[in-house]
Design a protein around this ligand. Structure first.
Ligand code: FAD
Length: 447
């Protein structure tokens, strides 16, 4: 087996795949992608985080093309005009690879009406251009991308976990993996959120600086689809943000899944929850993440460890599964039981969750913030505060530590580039893909 390549990409998520596509387009050859999960054909739907396509593969497949929220991180590398050009460029590529979902909101004017209604209650509603591919359709798009790379001569090696990377005296990278040692002059690390800790460890070994970023901690909230129906008709996705009365913290809804399902993310030592929906809107329920931003300052800044310790506590209480609780039980200060959940009007879409008490797992401040936010949101989403609604914990949005780079995404370690969520430079599929493109263009310059 060939083990020396000009460029090695670690991680076959959107960041790694789009970096490879761009390198091919720029005429660069001799590229390998090392991916610890399985190929797209062999990957099981339960393998949410790892495998060719990355953590987005069986996701809801909402693709965001507006320069708002996490997409604004691109402004650290390019100006506003170039950032929007990049988002359009990624959109065109997705359309070329078979995305047919229409762009929403169909009318920004109608969306503006919803924004104004929220303003009256001190709620910020973000609207952005989105295409909802659907969890059932996205794997087909990934397969197209994977085939295209194969035909262009890019080698993708699945089930190949990278353990360690070191730089030898000649300036070449030695890459220790589960499939033996590889070497390369240029490396792009794009290991996603699942690789956040690994990337921190590699940064320490290679002398690269990084800083911790905010994390978001909370629950996945499930309710009857009718509650969000009006919003969904106008724009598939809206993000509501509230400053909470007691603590003045920011709590946001994220990743809404109209007529969707709650899903488990298995991180090995702990589990978290997320959501997804198919293109056919099959569920009677909708869900979104309801999370509080957490920033830690001196002397304890490690938000990753803090969030993971909460996730582990929740996993322990759930006996290895996520916790589920009715809103009425949480408000009354009692745990949910299987009997109480059965009395709920809503049938949970995630069966593999343990009825319990979320307030035993999440800190008081977070629980208080979530309850206050649900009450406020009820003014614009009537029914969101109904006692039958269900909370699943923990939902954690880890942000990779922000790895220090130049504008081309090259680190202090010459020849080593980073991209995607794991490096803290993106927060979703399109953002990760766009940073892959930036890194690829940077690699070409360095060659
Ligand atoms: C359930 C779920 C739903 C989501 N829904 C959406 C959505 O609707 N829209 C949206 O925009 N985003 C969504 N996201 C987020 C989105 O998937 C990520 O933002 C995006 O995939 C990040 O891309 P990435 O390339 O940086 O990392 P990833 O997609 O995480 O890919 C990183 C890859 O690197 C591999 N890897 C890690 N460490 C190593 C190693 N040591 N050796 C070899 N390989 C390694 C991993 O196996 C993985 O395949 C969702 C995520 C989840 C989990």
């Amino acid at each position: 087996m060939k083990t020396t390549y000009g460029i090695t990409i670690i991680g076959a998520g959107p960041a790694g795949l789009f970096a490879a596509l761009e390198l091919v387009k720029l005429g660069v050859k001799d590229i390998v992608i090392l991916e610890k999960g399985k190929s797209i054909d062999k990957r099981d739907k339960k393998e949410t985080l790892c495998g060719v396509g990355g953590s987005g593969t069986f996701s809801d497949g909402k693709l965001h093309f507006s320069l708002t929220l996490s997409q604004e991180r691109l402004l650290d590398f390019v100006d506003r005009e170039e950032a929007q050009n990049l988002l359009n460029y990624v959109e065109k590529a997705f359309l070329d690879f078979g995305v047919t979902a229409p762009a929403t909101p169909a009318s920004f004017e109608k969306a503006e009406h919803l924004v104004k209604r929220c303003e009256r209650y001190n709620i910020k509603l973000y609207t952005r251009k989105c295409r909802h591919v659907g969890s059932d359709a996205l794997p087909g798009v990934i397969k197209e991308i994977s085939n295209s790379l194969f035909q262009s001569g890019v080698t993708i090696i699945p089930e190949c976990e990278v353990f360690k990377v070191v730089k030898d005296k000649k300036g070449e990278f030695k890459i220790e993996t589960s499939s033996g040692e590889f070497s390369s002059k240029i490396i792009l690390m794009a290991p996603g959120r699942v690789g956040t800790k690994w990337l921190q460890d590699m940064a320490k070994i290679l002398g690269i600086a990084y800083e911790y970023q905010k994390v978001e901690i909370g629950v996945r909230y499930e309710f009857p689809a009718s509650v969000m129906e009006e919003q969904t008709k106008i724009m598939y996705e809206g993000i509501y943000s509230v400053q909470t009365p007691t603590f003045d913290d920011t709590v946001r809804t994220l990743c809404p899944c109209p007529n969707g399902f709650v899903a488990i993310e298995d991180y090995g030592g702990y589990v978290c929850v997320n959501g997804h929906s198919n293109s056919g809107n099959e569920s009677p329920n909708s869900n979104f993440a309801l999370v509080q931003e957490v920033v830690l300052t001196e002397p304890v800044e490690n938000t990753t460890d803090y969030a993971i310790s909460i996730a582990k506590l929740a996993t322990t209480l759930g006996g290895g599964k996520p916790l589920i609780q009715r809103l009425s039980d949480l408000m009354a200060g009692r745990r949910s039981t299987a009997e109480r959940i059965a009395k709920s009007l809503i049938i949970p879409t995630l069966k593999d969750a343990t009825p319990g008490d979320i307030s035993m797992a999440l800190p008081y401040r977070i629980v208080k913030n979530l309850l206050e936010t649900i009450e406020i949101l009820d003014k614009v989403l009537p029914g969101i505060n109904a006692g039958s609604n269900l909370l699943y914990a923990p939902e954690i949005k880890l942000r990779g530590s922000r790895i220090k780079t130049n504008k081309q995404l090259e680190t202090q370690c010459v020849g080593l580039f980073v991209a995607g969520d794991g490096a803290g430079v993106s927060g979703n599929i399109v953002g990760a893909a766009a940073t892959g493109v930036i890194a690829a263009r940077g690699i070409l310059k360095s060659l």
